[in-house]
Design a protein around this ligand. Structure first.
Ligand code: ZN
Ligand code: ZN
Ligand code: ZN
Length: 166
C-alpha cells in the first residue's frame, strides 16, 4: 500500500444515472492502463470488461460466458476465465467473494483491496476505495502483530432505490 490517491465516490449509483458514461470511462481507463503497462487489452478482454461493466451488479463467470456466447457464438469457458484472470490481475475488476461474482473497478491502480457496499436487494455494488480506512485497518492489524496481505471488505445493505420497498 503506497499511493496516497484518494478516490472516494460521491454517490451510490442509482437507477436512471447515465451508465453509458461509467462504461466509456471504464474502457478508456482500461486502455490507458494496459498501454502504460505494455499489456494487450485484446478484443476478448475488452469485451469481457464491457460485460462486467454492463451494470453495477456483480456478474458471475457463468453469466458472462452466457452473454458472450449470445454475442459471439460458442466460447470455451477457459477463455472467459483467462480473460477474467487478466482483468483481475490488472485490477480492472474485483471479485466479490460473498457473491462469487465480478464487478468493474472505477479507479484501477488502487492498491488496497477495497471496501464494497452491496445492496442485498438489487445487487448494485459500489466501491468506497477509501485509502484512510484501509490504512487504518493495516495499522491496527500491524499493531497486533498481524501482517495484512489482502483486504476485502463487503458491506451488505440497501441502496436508496431499494430502501423504500423491502
Ligand atoms: Zn453506472
Ligand atoms: Zn477498485
Ligand atoms: Zn438496491
Amino acid at each position: 500500500m503506497s499511493t496516497e490517491k484518494k478516490h472516494i465516490i460521491a454517490d451510490f449509483p442509482q437507477g436512471g444515472h447515465n451508465h453509458a458514461i461509467c462504461i466509456s470511462d471504464a474502457l478508456a481507463m482500461a486502455e490507458k492502463l494496459c498501454a502504460d503497462n505494455s499489456v494487450r487489452l485484446t478484443e476478448l478482454r475488452r469485451k469481457v470488461l464491457e460485460l462486467v461493466w454492463s451494470s453495477h451488479k456483480p456478474l458471475g463467470a457463468y453469466d458472462i460466458l452466457e452473454m458472450l456466447q449470445e454475442q459471439r457464438g460458442v466460447t470455451a469457458p477457459p477463455t472467459v476465465y483467462r480473460a477474467l484472470d487478466f482483468l483481475l490481475a490488472h485490477k480492472l475488476i474485483h471479485r466479490i467473494e460473498s457473491l462469487n461474482a465480478y464487478v468493474g473497478c472505477a479507479s484501477p491502480n488502487h492498491l488496497n483491496g477495497g471496501q464494497f457496499l452491496i445492496c442485498k436487494k438489487c445487487g448494485t455494488t459500489a466501491e468506497l476505495d477509501d485509502y484512510d480506512l484501509a490504512k487504518k485497518i493495516d495499522d491496527r492489524a500491524e499493531g497486533l502483530g498481524f501482517q495484512v496481505l489482502h483486504q476485502m471488505i463487503e458491506v451488505s445493505g440497501l441502496c436508496r432505490d431499494c430502501v423504500g420497498d423491502k
